[in-house]
Design a protein around this ligand. Structure first.
Ligand SMILES: C[S@@+](CC[C@H](N)C(=O)[O-])C[C@H]1O[C@@H](n2cnc3c(N)ncnc32)[C@H](O)[C@@H]1O
Length: 421
């Protein structure tokens, strides 16, 4: 166990110092260990702000010297296990003290041992203290656009395991007897790790898609026979919706690997007939035809997915938001040349930052008077409609009254724009 924990310490250090996604390490972990690895890391990120800001300052009074910085990561994982997981205390102490010895020296190991013993002594008291979940950098991003109350409400979703949302193919009967059916049609199940053991998995009649992500394609009511360009398509959740609604889709993405996943997903759903796949940079993509609809599910900071990917709370900064905003603007401008007269641009981001959503589109509309906002009407989304006619989904926008633990959604922005001429 010690070796394993030492490897996890290194992974945590890489994620937090190089701003990497947790998913990029999933192939380094043997299958039998994956469940624990995920649980440990998700729990760590869900409680890291509390550990950094409330727990550690009580027991570590001096700054840890740079050359022993790895001890911070040892402590983050060890404290998570002591306070929030079921690992026996002696095993936590043993494995992380050994990890500290491996990466530093006996003084490092003694230091970790002393801090962990103090944490353990104070455990009951620590667990009563007010929690904080967002990092300072994350708060900086959110404070640009949201009130303290809105941010506090978003925070409440961090410690909760998000529900599993499912989109069912049209004209298909629901195989999930225990699902809550949300007003927009999404089926919601309690969180579940074993997706492939869910009913009818091999029948290809459903796919996993957060309710917020599923709303974008639902803004367009009649897609039968429409020519749609899906400009940032992989892994293909929205592509599947477009095809299922009867559209012919050209799916473009810059990532060959992700497009491979898209093709596999669409094949599993038996929806490949009207699909062509192109690996290209959206900014370079050209075509002899013009499209009735262009879906831009734009590359973005992805901060709206913090419930499912809580490392984002510690790896994203305002600079990331700014960088993505520029790319989104370029993709929007390029899309105009590919759009048929009276066609639609569906612009989507899984970001909470308004510069990647409301502000981006309002500035586009200011520069392009040939476009107007197309009204959105989807059952159950009335509370998400902005005064301008966009959809702004916050984690707190989706409430399941009968099962409050099943409430929540990813943060999304959706705009449907119509070209007038
Ligand atoms: C938000 S994800 C798309 C999710 C997808 N639409 C779905 O519903 O499953 C954004 C995608 O944009 C792709 N991407 C990033 N930069 C791009 C670019 N310059 N051109 C084309 N695709 C790009 C990424 O590879 C990623 O797959």
């Amino acid at each position: 166990m010690s070796d394993e924990r030492a490897q996890y310490v290194e992974i945590l250090q890489k994620i937090l110092t190089q701003n990497l996604p947790l998913n990029s390490f999933k192939n380094d972990i043997p299958d039998v260990k994956k469940n624990f690895f995920n649980m440990l890391f998700l729990t760590t990120f869900r409680h890291l702000a509390f550990i950094q800001e409330t727990v550690l300052p009580r027991f570590v009074k001096k700054k840890i010297p740079q050359k022993q910085k790895i001890l911070e990561f040892v402590l983050y994982l060890a404290i998570t296990e002591l306070l929030f997981l079921d690992t026996p205390d002696y095993a936590v102490l043993n494995s992380y003290v050994n990890a500290a010895k491996r990466y530093t020296d006996k003084f490092g190991a003694n230091f970790v041992n002393a801090v962990l013993r103090n944490v353990l002594r104070d455990k009951n008291n620590l667990l009563q203290l007010p929690n904080s979940f967002f990092s300072r950098n994350f708060l900086k991003i959110l404070k640009q656009d949201y009130s303290n109350d809105e941010i506090q409400t978003m925070q409440k979703f961090i410690p909760l395991e998000p529900a599993l949302d499912i989109t069912l193919k049209k004209d298909t009967s629901n195989p999930f007897t225990n699902a809550v059916i949300l007003p927009c049609g999404t089926l919601r199940l309690p969180a579940n790790n074993k997706v492939s053991s869910l009913p009818a998995f091999n029948d290809g009649i459903w796919w996993i898609q957060d309710v917020a992500a599923s709303l974008a394609v639902k803004t367009l009511k009649n897609l039968t026979g429409k020519n749609v360009l899906d400009l940032c398509a992989a892994p293909g959740g929205k592509t599947a919706q477009l095809l299922d609604a009867g559209a012919s889709v050209t799916a473009v993405d810059i990532s060959e690997n992700r497009l491979k996943t898209l093709s596999e997903n669409i094949a599993r759903l038996n929806l490949s007939q009207n699909l062509s796949v192109v690996c290209a940079d959206a900014l370079q993509f050209s075509s002899s035809q013009q499209f009735d609809v262009i879906l831009i599910d734009a590359p973005c900071s992805a901060i709206g997915t913090f419930r499912r990917h809580p490392e984002i709370i510690f790896t994203k900064t305002l600079d990331d938001v700014k960088k993505q905003t520029l790319l989104q603007k370029e993709i929007l401008e390029h899309a105009i040349s590919l759009l048929a007269p009276q066609g639609y641009i569906l612009y989507v981001t899984c970001s909470l930052a308004k510069s990647e959503g409301e502000k981006q589109i309002n500035s586009f509309l200011k520069n392009h008077s040939e476009f107007e906002i197309s009204p959105i009407s989807i059952p159950g989304t009335e509370n998400m409609l902005t005064k301008d006619g966009f959809l702004r989904v916050l984690p707190q926008s989706v409430v399941v009254t009968d099962y409050p633990a099943l409430s929540g959604a990813d943060g999304f922005f959706i705009a449907c724009l119509k070209r007038k001429i």
